[in-house]
Design a protein around this ligand. Structure first.
Ligand SMILES: [Zn+2]
Length: 451
């Protein structure tokens, strides 16, 4: 018999189900990694192998982060990259990233995932696109297994170096044949297509300005042969658009359409500068967007037209983006920034608190092409987070705890459960020794910065 878990007496349980039920004195009952019942505490079984009392807390579906570069937590606030826009920011950081090692990938992945888990996030993708010194995506996947996070590992890649008109230095690009062979190996080794999978792999050339047209096409063919998703960066800022027009004679949307990079199995990060025709294309094809508000503000890239995208039917999710352009990985904080940035761009009606939470939960599930996460319903993964409502940050806001969670200062999770397993308990990470991991991370970060 699988282990049973009962969470009960939550002040409010946000389901994100079809009716968007928000249940007072709510709870849920899970068997193993699957939810079997959600509702008022009085309607749930009276006991279980593990019983969690959630009085004074709000419970939400685990947040879904759809864009990240976890290795970048080693290079936060690097002085030379603090104040540049996308291309200058990248070119300042490439030489540091060229010195990454496998140990750095492992430890930075754990630090980034710890930050996400402690902010209520249970599923994340990571886009690793630089593989110097024997680094492999396997190192990220191992770290995810150790910490216990649901993981979509994206096999990124760069193949067009500066000598061929690309942005990165030649020293950090790979041969296209080797990229595709490694992506195939990773899919065959790690990708789990089954419902409630903890481990999926996506094929994810870094961006149009770092790989060739051929690689984009072949990556799509490979992904589709295996039924895995495709991911890249797109239409991030004005220079990105200028590069696309100059090199390909097309807008980013025309370029991805030409390459077959549209559909429910594709999601693009940013899309800040996606034009009207692009929004229509994405809506028509179900192509997803990972909206990254902090990164877009940090690099001054602009304001993604999220409301317009959603009104037209584009699947929109949320991403914290890499730790060098955020420079945080607080997922609930990102939800708040999405709300605020939408309002800066398009007025206070552009996004409600519940819209923002929807983007970060079922929006994320849809963009990752999953129907087994993102809401608390029978049959779905037992992935959820609880936040205490008794702290000073929520004082005076308890007439609407759901909105409080988004509008008020970003809180840390008291409890995070992934796949039926408690990963954060009493606000502390329960699966790894975090202080030791942070110390090791900081030693390696200093080593990287020292050159
Ligand atoms: Zn990114």
């Amino acid at each position: 018999m699988p282990k049973t878990l009962l969470l009960r007496h939550a002040d409010r349980l946000v389901t994100m189900d079809g009716a968007r039920r928000e249940i007072p004195d709510g709870g849920l009952y899970a068997e193993g990694n699957r939810i079997v019942a959600v509702g008022p505490t009085a309607d749930l079984p009276a006991t279980a192998d593990e019983v969690i009392e959630a009085r004074g807390q709000i419970v939400i579906p685990g947040l879904v982060n759809t864009h990240h570069h976890m290795y970048q937590s080693l290079t936060r606030v690097v002085p030379a990259a603090q104040d540049g826009e996308l291309f200058t920011w990248l070119t300042s950081l490439y030489p540091l990233w060229a010195r990454l090692t496998p140990a750095m990938i492992g430890v930075s992945t754990k630090v980034a995932m710890a930050e996400l888990l402690l902010s209520g996030c249970t599923t994340t993708s990571d886009h690793l696109y630089i593989y110097p010194n024997g680094c492999r995506l396997d190192h990220s996947i191992e770290a995810a297994g150790e910490i216990g996070m649901r993981f979509h590992a994206c096999r990124g890649a760069m193949s067009v170096g500066a000598s061929k008109g690309g942005l990165p230095p030649d020293s950090v690009v790979e041969a296209e044949g080797a990229i595709l062979a490694d992506a195939r190996r990773l899919i065959e080794t790690y990708h789990d297509p089954e419902p409630l999978a903890m481990q999926r792999v996506a094929v994810a050339p870094c961006s149009p300005f770092t790989v060739s047209r051929d690689l984009m096409r072949e990556a799509a063919a490979l992904a589709r042969a295996y039924g895995v998703s495709l991911h890249t960066h797109l239409a991030e800022n004005a220079s990105d658009i200028a590069y696309s027009r100059e090199k390909f004679g097309m807008t980013p949307a025309e370029y991805v359409e030409d390459l077959g990079w549209t559909g429910r199995d594709v999601w693009h990060a940013h899309c800040v500068q996606l034009d009207e025709a692009g929004i229509d294309l994405f809506a028509r094809t179900g192509t997803g967007v990972a909206h990254c508000p902090c990164s877009n503000m940090r690099l001054g890239s602009g304001i993604a037209p999220v409301r317009r995208m959603r009104d037209r039917g584009v699947p929109v999710a949320l991403g914290v983006d890499g730790s060098a352009s955020n420079d945080g990985g607080h997922m609930l904080g990102e939800v708040r920034q999405a709300l605020l940035l939408a309002r800066v761009g398009f007025g206070p009606a552009a996004m409600t608190a519940r819209d923002a939470l929807e983007i970060a939960t079922i929006g994320g599930a849809r963009v990752l092409n999953r129907d087994d996460i993102g809401s608390l319903e029978a049959g779905k993964a037992a992935d959820f987070a609880a936040f205490s409502l008794s702290g000073v940050g929520f004082a005076g806001a308890l007439h609407d705890p759901v909105a409080a969670l988004v509008f008020c200062a970003p809180a840390s999770a008291a409890l995070t459960v992934v796949d039926g397993r408690v990963v954060v308990r009493d606000g502390q990470l329960a699966t790894i020794d975090l202080p030791v991991t942070i110390e090791r991370h900081n030693r390696l970060a200093a080593q990287l910065a020292a050159g």
